[in-house]
Design a protein around this ligand. Sequence first.
Ligand SMILES: O=C(O)CCC(=O)C(=O)O
Length: 409
Amino acid sequence: MIIFGRAASRAINFRIHIRKCRRFSLEKSNMLKTQLNFLPLASAISGAIGFVALLANCGSSECDNQILEEESPAKPAKSSNNVPSLATPMQACTSECTKSTDPLPTVVGQVHTIDGEKHVGISESECKYITPEQWNLFLERGWVVLSKDQVFGKNDGDEQFELLRQEMDSIMLGEADVPYDKLMMQLDSTTGNYEDAGAQTLGWKGRTLNYRKMQNLELDAVVSRYIRLPIIREACERIYGRVPISTFRVMFFNKPSRMGTHLPWHQDRWAFLSRDPLLTVYLALDDATPENGCVKIISGSHKRGVINPAHDSGFLNADQVEREVAGSDVAPMDLTLRAGEVALIHNWVLHQSGTNASDHPRRALSVCYMDASTHCDSTHPNQPSAHGGSFKRDSLAFSTVFEPLADSD
Ligand SMILES: O=C(O)CCC(=O)C(=O)O
């Protein structure tokens, strides 16, 4: 058993080493390319212009979570034998997909009603992964950072984490065992302007590490394991109670070296969902610093509620930025993270991010968890055509990642 374990571990390390070498040479060639044509000052100026244009544009379908029809040029030859099956069958979205009138829990852990049933987040005494101090910070500020050991465990945590990092690069390079035709993949902009980023469409877009975003990653076996970690279950149960939990989006977010795209101030909410998801689990795959475009947040802003309900993806308009950011008593802060740390973030915390001025990528996995009874209003004009691991449907529902444990578990 021990010998087998060591051999497996060596094989993993070898795989990681090979991938590192490949990635290093690709990063270097990308760096050269981008260093030649990337002028940070010009980019900052055009970023500011782009931001104004975006604010004018942002009631349309152009915003952060829209996924369009497939238009991928070519697919890598890899098969997708290893795709994990979805934990439970899809809950079909029926004609009852109307906006819920249930009150939203503005404070997590509060009793709230979901389709007529009362739910409350589990209590402190039932928790074993997140400390009471950490949870209080989450409630108070809307965010808290968990250590890598706490999230992945001390035993094989480093390997799991390293595999996850390498898997993201493999997907971008077209080498992973995933159903590429079902992944939303978006190339980064070369200008830093939000509206210049590539189309958010299904399918691979070529062998490059310069992707900005990839979604539907629950279909990848390595990610599928990560999104089911026990500490994440506990965070979900603290918020939503012991109810089935689904992911809304399982997303890779990247600021390639010397690139990246300005992401305007927003809250993570989507007008076409029947209720607001309240938890995003944000894993830093690299150290995140001000230099490489870490996320900036306004601590405590989750208590302000939804600021722009008129916008489909929670983006603020120019007046709201003026009032909520420039005019806020609380200054924006850098959410600096070490690789492997996880930030639990309340979805209503105001956040934004800039570009990457460093020679290394700044990668992250961002997963939004919600009560699985949340559904999509299929009549909403801007509902995306694909989310949550199910594709090209007339109506949307989301796959369950956690079923409630029995009392004895
Ligand atoms: O990583 C980033 O720069 C932004 C991520 C984000 O907006 C999110 O996870 O909701």
